[in-house]
Design a protein around this ligand. Sequence first.
Ligand SMILES: Cc1cc2nc3c(=O)[nH]c(=O)nc-3n(C[C@H](O)[C@H](O)[C@H](O)COP(=O)(O)OP(=O)(O)OC[C@H]3O[C@@H](n4cnc5c(N)ncnc54)[C@H](O)[C@@H]3O)c2cc1C
Length: 558
Amino acid sequence: MFDVLVIGAGHAGCEAAAAAARRGARVGLVTFRSEDIGQMSCNPSIGGVGKGHLVRELDVFDGLMARAADRAVIHRRMLNRSKGPAVQGPRFQADRKLYRAAMAQLMAESGVEIIVAEATSMRTDGGRLTGLETSGGTLDCRALVIATGTFLDARIFVGEEIREGGRRGEQASVALGQQVREIGLAQGRLKTGTPPRLDGRTIDWSKLEPQPSDQDAWTMSALDDGCRIPQLACAVGRTNARTHEIISSNFDRSPLFAGAIEGRGPRYCPSIEDKVRRFADRDGHQIFLEPEGLDDHLVYPNGISTSLPADVQLDFVRSVEGLERVEIVRPGYAVEYEFVDPRRLRWTLEARDLEGLFLAGQINGTTGYEEAAAQGLAAGLNAAAHARDLEPVTFDRRTSYIGVMIDDLTLQGVSEPYRMMTARAEYRLALRADNATTRLGAAVLEAGCVSELRHMAITEHFERRSSQDWSSTGEGQADALYAPYVERQEREWAAVQRDTRVAIPPALDFASVPGISTEMAERLEAARPETLDQASRIRGVSPAALSALYVAASRRAA
Ligand SMILES: Cc1cc2nc3c(=O)[nH]c(=O)nc-3n(C[C@H](O)[C@H](O)[C@H](O)COP(=O)(O)OP(=O)(O)OC[C@H]3O[C@@H](n4cnc5c(N)ncnc54)[C@H](O)[C@@H]3O)c2cc1C
């Protein structure tokens, strides 16, 4: 009997499995292929603005992503360096193979059992999860985390060519997708895409603007293991009128516009055909040319993801200055997949209707490795709590970006792939990438989910904070800079404390509450807030509905 089983060894699955193991659970990780551990489906980069904040938060909980990234970094960039510390975003370009190797090693050290098989269906008994059917047999468990990413009933598109698959060269998760649909968890389909991979030896780098790595070798993880590998330069190119002409004259061959793809793509990471259509007046779009590794000729052209046919991809790429003689090693493609309505989940990422089932990652309507990994952490910690009767670990939007994301997902749901940005956090001046240990250290120690080394690092961090010379540290100076704003925010939090204490009974029938309209009742029913504070953040729920809800909840409590 496993305490926790996890399906999928992607970013969400690895973090979930390792986090559950850190809380003392016996964990099995079921995955199609063992070489998929830590596989980056798209861009080999970790972090960025908002995303980098998530990685630093994960790190405080001894998550794996920051440490794996530190062992694989070939290009560092602190984004927004010229702006205030609150919106600076640590971003790494990783050596794809080294990242995978680092993640595989961290997983091997985690105590998680890797089970190579296809997970085909969940076993349940009276509204409770009891086990998992796999291609290799039945496994019993107390809790299950589904972290199947872009694989649920997925299809891949390259121009007119459509095939089943969750990632290039890999199968889709069809049987599990069917069950997720049958039990009513699936909400619809989303899509994402990736650019062609280029042979770096055929690029004329002299015609492109170089982008060197940062001089100072800062780390993602607060536990700097001292590992430093050589750094490479990236470069910036630009599409032009000719590129746009080639793309627009082939719109009819794009599955995006020909109607083959129904799912919505990420608004903040659109395909190049989408950009050319939506921003027809723009004379060019940037392309960041990012090497994929130290001993690899592949280059990732960030900014031109596409599902146009391969011949069109070659034509338009070669129209870019510096890429006139470039060879495409693998064409870009789009993938469309099934996702789950995250409003069906509690704050712990447990499904409301099926006890013991947790969901994490792209399956919940997000996009990005960091978003997936951060949900994996939350789901893994709480799946272990469920299985071992421990205290759940919840994240608050006032103290973490992980809290912002889980709050947004479970209360608002998604209609397009959700990506983290600092603009999503109303308390962003307090949520900096450099103060994750300060914000979350106490919660981490309480959850009891970290190594002795981390425990010591957190304790020492708090000791340093109360020392005389704290004000001369980078974090201390940023604290002073934002102090007046943060104090104002703290007063605002205090004002909503009443609402966080007003619990909404789980069985409350919103439609029967006097003063709540049918429309408001539907919004509340979809999100099923657990407190009045959560209800206040559901888009479109009016102050009048909140007052009615307050009265109803207080009466029930009396
Ligand atoms: C083509 C493509 C383009 C993308 N483009 C972008 C982008 O531009 N920007 C961006 O931020 N993100 C992009 N992504 C998304 C990014 O890859 C994901 O956000 C991230 O990988 C999600 O992590 P995850 O852990 O949820 O799932 P994944 O990393 O997808 O991992 C899922 C794992 O589950 C396994 N699995 C699935 N079903 C089963 C089963 N039934 N049994 C056993 N194992 C199973 C798979 O083998 C895989 O290892 C792209 C992904 C793809 C495929």
